[in-house]
Write a protein of this length. Structure first.
Length: 305
C-alpha cells in the first residue's frame, strides 16, 4: 500500500490544496478589489456565496459523469476549467461580472472533493481508507499556511505590468491549477487493473484486497430515500453546515467576524490570514492521530472530542 499511497496521495493533496486556495483567495483579493470595483460588503458577500450555490447544483451531475468518463479524465477536466475560471477572475469589472465568475467557479469545481473520495475507494482497501482520507484532508489547513503568505506576497505586486495586486493574485494562483489538471492525465490511473506502475503480483493483491468482505455491511441498502431516513446518516451530515459556515467566515469575512476592536489590525490583510493559519496546526495532529484507532481495530465511530 505504501507504493500506491506515495503515487496518488501527495499529488491529490496538492490538487485539493489548490482547490481551497482558489476558492478562498477572493477574501484576500477583496482588500483591493472591492475598492477598485466599488463593491459593498453586501455585494461581495452575496457574490462569494454564489460559489456554493453552483457547487451544490452541479455536484451530483459532476460525479455521475466521473463514473461514466473515468476519474482521470474528469478530475483533469474539473481542474483545468476551474483554474481557467479562477484566472479569469482577474478581469472582472463590476458586480455582475463578479457574480457570474463566482457562479462559474463553483460549477467548474463541483464534484472535485467527492470525486477524489470516490476515486480513492478504487485504490484503498477498507482498512486503509480512514487514515488515507484524513491525510488527504490535511490539505485544508495546509492551504492556510501556504495560501495566506502567498496571497500577501502577490498583493504586494500591485502595479507590476499595469495590473493591480488582486489581479496578480488570481492569475498566479489560477494558472498552476490548469497545469495540475493536465498533469492528472499523466499521473492518475483509473483502476488498479490498468496501473502499469504496479507489477502483476501487486495488481492482483490490490484487486483482491479491494473486494468487500462479508462482514463489511453498508449503512443501509436500497434507495437513497431509505438512506436519508437513517439516523446515522443525519448524525454524520448535520455537523457539516456548521463547519462549512465557520470556514467560510474565516475565508471570506474574517474582518467582519472578529472582535470589532481588532478590525484596524485585521484589515491590513496579512493579519487576517496569518491569524487563520496559526489556528490550523491542530488539524494536522487531529487528522492523523484520531484516525489511528479506527484503522487499527477496524471500527468507525463518531468522534466529537
Amino acid at each position: 500500500m505504501r507504493k500506491v499511497t506515495w503515487r496518488l496521495l501527495p499529488f491529490l493533496m496538492l490538487c485539493y490544496l489548490m482547490a481551497f486556495i482558489d476558492r478562498a483567495n477572493v477574501g484576500m483579493a477583496s482588500l483591493q478589489m472591492n475598492a477598485d470595483l466599488g463593491l459593498s460588503s453586501k455585494v461581495f458577500g452575496f457574490g462569494a456565496s454564489l460559489f456554493f450555490v453552483a457547487y451544490f447544483l452541479m455536484e451530483v451531475p459532476s460525479n455521475l459523469m466521473l463514473q461514466k468518463v473515468g476519474a482521470r479524465y474528469w478530475i483533469a477536466r474539473i481542474m483545468v476549467t476551474w483554474g481557467m475560471v479562477s484566472t479569469c477572475m482577474a478581469f472582472v469589472w463590476d458586480a455582475h461580472s463578479f457574480y457570474v465568475m463566482r457562479f462559474l467557479l463553483g460549477a467548474a469545481e463541483a464534484g472535485f472533493f467527492p470525486g477524489v473520495i470516490l476515486y480513492l475507494t478504487y485504490w484503498m482497501p477498507p482498512a486503509h481508507r480512514g487514515r488515507t482520507l484524513a491525510m488527504f484532508a490535511i490539505a485544508i489547513p495546509v492551504s492556510s499556511f501556504v495560501g495566506s503568505p502567498l496571497s500577501g506576497l502577490l498583493l504586494a505586486m500591485d502595479g507590476l505590468a499595469g495590473l493591480r495586486g488582486w489581479q496578480w493574485l488570481f492569475i498566479c494562483e489560477g494558472i498552476p491549477t490548469v497545469l495540475l489538471g493536465f498533469a492528472c492525465l499523466k499521473l492518475l490511473t483509473d483502476r488498479p487493473e490498468k496501473a502499469n506502475w504496479l507489477d502483476a503480483e501487486e495488481r492482483a493483491w490490490l484487486t483482491d484486497a479491494l473486494v468487500t468482505k462479508g462482514n463489511d455491511k453498508p449503512l443501509v441498502s436500497g434507495s437513497a430515500w431509505r438512506l436519508i431516513r437513517t439516523p446515522a446518516f443525519w448524525a454524520m451530515v448535520m455537523p457539516v453546515p456548521a463547519l462549512r459556515q465557520r470556514a467560510a467566515c474565516w475565508a471570506y469575512g474574517s474582518r467582519n467576524c472578529s472582535n470589532p476592536s481588532a478590525l484596524p489590525t485585521l484589515r491590513r490583510g496579512w493579519s487576517i490570514r496569518c491569524l487563520t493559519a496559526s489556528r490550523r496546526w491542530r488539524w494536522f495532529f487531529g487528522a492523523v492521530i484520531r484516525t489511528r484507532p479506527a484503522n487499527g481495530v477496524g471500527t468507525r465511530r463518531c468522534r466529537c472530542f
